[in-house]
Design a protein around this ligand. Sequence first.
Ligand code: AGP
Length: 619
Amino acid sequence: MCGIVGYIGPKPALEPLLTGLGRLEYRGYDSAGVALVTERGLSISRSVGPVGKLRRRVEPSALGDDARATCGIAHTRWATHGAPSERNAHPHTDATGRIALVHNGIIENHRSIRQYLAKQGVTFVSETDTEALAQLIGFLYEDGAGTGPDALLVAVCGALREVQGTFGIAVACVDTPGRLIAARRGSPLLVGIGDGEHLIASDGAAIVEHTSRVVYLHDNEVVTVDGGGLGASTIDAVPLRKKVERLELSLEQIERGGYPHYMLKEIHEQPDALRNTLRGRIDPAGAAVNLGGLERVDCSPADLRRVVIAGCGTAWHAAMVGKYLIEEIARVPTDVEYSSELRYRNAIVEDGTVALFISQSGETADTIAAMNEMRAKGAAVLGVVNVVGSTLARETQAGVYLHAGPEIGVASTKAFTAQVAVLALISVRLGRRRHLSAERCAELLQGLRSSPRAIESVLRLDGAIRELVSRHIDRQNWLYLGRGVNFPVALEGALKLKELSYIHAEGMPAAEMKHGPLALIDRGMPVVFVAPRDRTTDKVIANIEEVRSRGGHVIAIATEGDHELASAADEAVFVPPVLPALSPLVTTVPLQLIAYHAAVLRGHDVDRPRNLAKSVTVE
Ligand code: AGP
C-alpha cells in the first residue's frame, strides 16, 4: 500500500509534500518521489529507500528555483509490480513528460493497456502497472480527447474508465500549473481544504497540520482542485456536490509522544484507548450496552441464525476471540473466516446471517471484497473499524468504531485489544436479547470497565519482560500455546514476534502439541503458554510438563497468585485476574512487549518491519 500527497496553494509545495510523505511512510517505504510543476516543466526526483533519502535529494541547493514551485505531487511506495528502484518509483509520466501521476492500488489490466499503447508507438521506461495509466492519460490527452481547460480532466476520466482494478491517484500537468486532479476506486483518498490551498492525501495523517476540513472521495469519483475551488464529478462526468467533513485526528496523536517508537506508544496507550472504546457504550447501571452504530441494522434476535466474522492477520485473531465470546455469551453459532478465503469461497449464506468485518484501517482489500461478497449474498454486513471515514466504515450497512486513535506502527496492538472489547460489547448486546442474565451481563460489563486498569499493571512489567526476552534473543524458533479463548491470543503472540523480530514463531492450541509439533521441541526452545487461570488450567499444566520433559523452556503468562501453574513453568509473567472470557485483553499485552523488545534487541525497524505495510489495500 502506498502513500500519496499533493499540494497546490500559495506556499512552496515541497515541504508539505515531504512532511506529508513522512507521515505516510508507515504505509509503504521502499522508494519515494516528488514531481513539482515549474515554468520549465516537471521537476521530478525519485529515490530508493525511506523518505529521508528523497529529502536529501531535493535540497534547495539541488533544486534551485524549482524548490519554489507551488504545485506538486509526491508518493511513498510499497512495491506490487516491479522491484523497488528509482525507475519504478513514482511519480510516473506520460511519453511527453508533461503529465505526472502518483498511484496507490493495482491496475489489473495494465498488460493489455501496455500492449495497446505499444502498438501506438508508446515506449515504457518502468515495469510498473502505474506507468500504463500515466501513459494512457497522456495518449488520450495528446490525442485531443478533450479541449480547453478541462482537456486533462477528460483524458484522466477516459483513461480511468478503461482501468480494471483499484486506484487512488493524483495528477499534475505543466499545461495546467494551477490545478491538480485526484480520483479513487478502492484506494483511500481525501482532499484537505486549507486557506487558499488544497492538499490531496491517502490518509489524514499527511495533512492534519494544515487543515481539519476534508472531503472524502468515494469510488469512481474525481476532483479538480486549484487552491481556491474544488470541482467534483464521477469518472463518467456526472457532476457531484461533495460534503466537507471534519478530520478526526490531531497532530499530537500522530506524534510519538516521547516514545522511541510508535508501537511502544500504542502498546502503552491501550488503557486509555480502551476507555475511549468503551466510553458511552455501557449504561451507568452497568446492565446494558449502547451501540448506536448498530441501531440501523438490528437483526431481531428471533431472526438471527448465524454470525460470520472475517478479517486478516491480527484482525482475524480478534475475530477468533469474537467467536468464543459470541457463542459463550450470546449463544449464536459463529464462524470465523479469513477475508482472503471468504471472498472467493462461494460461501453458503442463509437468511438471518450477520457478517462482521474487522479491520483497523478499514482499507484492507481482501476484507472489503469479502464484505461485498457477503452483502451480495444477502447477509447483513457490519464493520468493526478504527479509521473513521474509511471504505469499510462507509460501505458497510452499520458498524462500531474502535475509537482507539490512530495506529501508526505497522504491527497492530491497541487495535487488537479494542477489537476484542468491541466484540465483547456486541456479544453482551446480542446476549441480552437472548439468554444472557442481567447478573452475568453486569459481571461482564464490570470486567470490561476494569480492564484498562488491569492492562496498566501489566505495562509496569515492561522492563522485566525486556530482561526475559534478552535471555532468549538468540533463539530462532518460538512456540505459543493456549486453550480456548487463549488459543487466538497465542496466534497473535506468534504473529507479533514474526512480523517484528523476523524470528520464526508458531501458535497453536496447547493440546495439539501431542499431534506432531512436540517433535519440534529441543533444548532451551522458548515455548510461551498463554495460561490465565480457568477451567482448563490442569490440562495446561500437563501440557507444560510434556514440553519441559523434552527440554523446552516454558514461559507462562499466568494469573497473579497462580503458583501451581507458575511452578510448573521455567518462568512466568503474571497478569491480574480477570474474567476468563475477557482474559485476551490482558494476556495479549505481555506478548506485544515480548515482540517489541525482541525487535529492538535485534536492531530492527520496529515501526516499519521489512516487507510489510500498515494496510494491505492490494490483493
Ligand atoms: C498485524 O500486526 C499486521 N499489521 C496485519 O496482520 C494486520 O492486522 C492486517 O493486515 C489487517 O489489517 P486491518 O486490520 O487494517 O484490516
